[in-house]
Design a protein around this ligand. Sequence first.
Ligand code: EPZ
Length: 421
Amino acid sequence: MDKLIIKGGEPLNGEVTISGAKNAALPILCASLLAETPLQLSSIAALKDIGTTLKLLEIMGVKVDRNADKVSLDASEVTSFEATYEMVKTMRASILVLGPLLARFGSARVSLPGGCAIGPRPVDLHIKGLQAMGAAIHITHGYIQASTLHLPNRRLQGARYYMDLVTVTGTENLMMAATLAEGTTVLENAAKEPEVVDLAECLNKMGAKIAGAGTDIITIEGVEKLNGTNHNVVCDRIEAGTYMVAAAMAGGEVTLKNVRADLLDAVIDKLREAGAEVTVNGETITVKSDGKLKAVNVRTAPHPAFPTDMQAQFMAMNCIAEGVSTVIETIFENRFMHVQELQRLGADITVDGHTALVKGVSHLDGATVMATDLRASASLVLAGLVARDETVIERIYHLDRGYELLEEKLAALGAKVKRAN
Ligand code: EPZ
């Protein structure tokens, strides 16, 4: 089991280049199933979840050609419409093949994703949306068995569908399914995340007719077929936010390159409120800090509000900030797994339901802690950067799912971090 060893107390200075967004790349890779000619992508980060998705698509018969951050996907000869439990249990985002398979081939057998550390994470809205488009769906033996072969022309039918909850991958799955449906689909209460917008931009370049992505009403006019295109995946706003918090906590001056400040308004506002100096200049953001921060209250909600994927990182920052703060998690049922690990480092946090009360302490002390999920792991790295002495983070395979070259990027900024097994 890989672990990270961090010697805390070093300021961070220099430049870091942000990679392509994991949560944009995952649906866009699955969108290749919709196309009759190759989809050429760039800014595809070297992440475990990306590798898992490419392996799943290859098993289905998609020809995948990868060279550094460039990936070409040719789905002209897909032979299998199945995503097995073995594949889905390692990555729940595999559910994103369901919509494209149904739309293009009229048939799909996808394992129900299990829950995960941060909550049960059902996919009932994905299923209800596809049923609204006419799909016949049966859940048997832990699998979603879906078909459109009973429908006119064996095609999904355009529909108006209101999503009870804002769901990012639910919106993405249904948007992809609707691109090849007969007629027009309207998704109401749609997710507005930048990754949904990036997927829509890629799909429109492939020949789809999608309007309203980025708002809560997305209209998709079905077309006969989609073709490949060239698409550069949007930068990873959560990776960027994580390095911005690292700089604010450790102190120093860090410039992020290949980043879009317009995707990070809520995070930038909160960092400024905490006392960090954040300067935006085109596609770069510079964070300057003396490491002395004020505690800030955080409440997660769908974009453009404060992102749940930045909650754990801000909790780590509040642990060593001056004052008392509340961190309220409204999206997931159990996204406080990092709390007990931060407490091992000396943090003063009290949890009551979806609210954590954080009292800033003068310092944290290094210890051995355990990563439990992707963003919780990131918060432990941030805490380790400022804790006294040495922090050892175990089970860092969680980190490898979402952060490309993390220890290399941090070490280049001056952090004393190394991987050990
Ligand atoms: C996406 O997950 C992201 N993953 C998550 O990022 C992110 O935390 C989340 O959106 C919220 O922004 C990817 O994009 C691959 P949801 P997703 O469906 O789509 C409930 C990371 O760290 N819900 O928006 O699975 C659900 O239980 C990961 O990169 C239903 O009840 O999240 C949750 O409480 C973690 N039924 C809420 O909605 C459904 O059918 C939001 O979930 C779907 C969702």
